[in-house]
Write a protein that binds this ligand. Structure first.
Ligand code: ATP
Ligand code: MG
Length: 297
């Protein structure tokens, strides 16, 4: 078989991860010509193509070498690692991507006073994640029946087919609507970039490395804010002490005002109103918080 020289990324065809994944790839300078059947998207500019599939198929496609990378929930990747069998190629979580956040949790009927996993002994738990649930139950030494369902897990207790469920939770709204409540968290999940444990050492490998560097830049920028403010020299220390994270600030002189300084600081994350108010109290004024568009260290 002829080796591919273009990188192939698998992502969800239609669902919660589709829009943010495409947006992220666009920010990394990748754009795609949508093909008519929408399964395969040819990459314009860079030698990177997309395969649009169901999210459950993504880890398998990487393990089989059909795709080099995939954007998929940690929950789906973790379940694959536990259930794919020994002969399947083990995969790696190359980067957390910061979207599609949710939890894989145990939920129980609202009236049950849950305080430890041992209360699930002998009960039936419905889930689409038998691998992750099984592992969690083993870790806690609990013997429970695992009822595997592919959808609508949350109605199983009402139907009498299970006593509790193990499912993805984001806001908890679905649980409340079904008289359930979140009792224990098995896994904090988000979309991740998945790939093989050993990266290819050819042109695809070079492109992959370049993509990872761009991705790191995009992720860092998405979380960074540039804080600009003015302060007098005698309040500088108090103001600097309150700055949220990041490297040392840059100080600039203010023309005609020898006692005044302009401070510029890159902050790793949101700067809240409360933080700004505290910094202002310490002596800062003329404060601006700006988003950062691109960054190349
Ligand atoms: P597909 O047709 O591709 O199989 P799906 O129905 O399995 O789609 P979605 O519901 O689109 O998948 O969810 C995709 C991923 O989004 C999940 O695997 C999970 O990682 C993440 N996610 C974030 N919040 C939630 C949520 N509240 N419920 C379900 N998944 C969520
Ligand atoms: Mg799915």
């Amino acid at each position: 078989m002829k080796a591919r020289d273009r990188l192939r990324i698998a992502m969800q065809k239609s669902g919660r991860l589709t829009e943010p994944a495409l947006d992220l790839l666009n920010r990394c300078g990748l754009s795609f010509r949508q093909s008519r059947d929408k399964l395969f998207c040819f990459g314009e500019g860079e030698p990177v193509d997309l395969l649009l599939v169901r999210d459950d198929d993504i880890p398998g496609l990487i393990a089989q070498g059909v795709c080099d990378l995939g954007i998929v929930g940690r929950n789906v990747l973790g379940e694959f690692q536990l259930t794919a069998g020994r002969e399947a190629e083990p995969l790696a979580e190359l980067r957390p991507l910061g979207f599609g956040r949710c939890r894989l949790s145990i939920a129980v009927p609202q009236e049950l006073d849950y305080h430890e996993p041992q209360q699930l002994e002998g009960r039936r738990i419905a889930t689409s994640y038998p691998g992750l649930l099984g592992e969690w139950l083993r870790t806690h030494g609990v013997n429970a029946g695992v009822v595997t369902l592919t959808g609508s897990v949350e109605i199983a207790p009402k139907l009498g087919t299970a006593d509790a469920i193990c499912d993805l939770v984001q806001s908890g709204g679905t649980l409340v609507a079904n008289q359930l409540r979140e009792a224990d968290v098995l896994l904090e999940s988000e979309a991740v970039l998945a790939g093989p444990l050993t990266l290819p050492v050819d042109e695809r490998g070079d492109m992959l490395e370049l993509l990872l560097k761009r991705l790191d830049g995009v992720i860092q920028v998405r979380e960074s804010r540039l804080l600009l403010l003015q302060t007098s020299r005698h309040t500088l220390e108090a103001v600097t002490r309150l700055l949220p994270g990041g490297p040392q600030p840059t100080l600039l002189a203010v023309a005609g005002q020898p006692d005044q300084l302009m401070l510029q600081a890159l902050c790793a994350g949101e700067v809240s109103w409360r933080q700004l108010e505290e910094i202002k109290k310490a002596g800062a004024r003329e404060m601006f918080v700006l988003p950062v568009e691109k960054m190349l260290a």
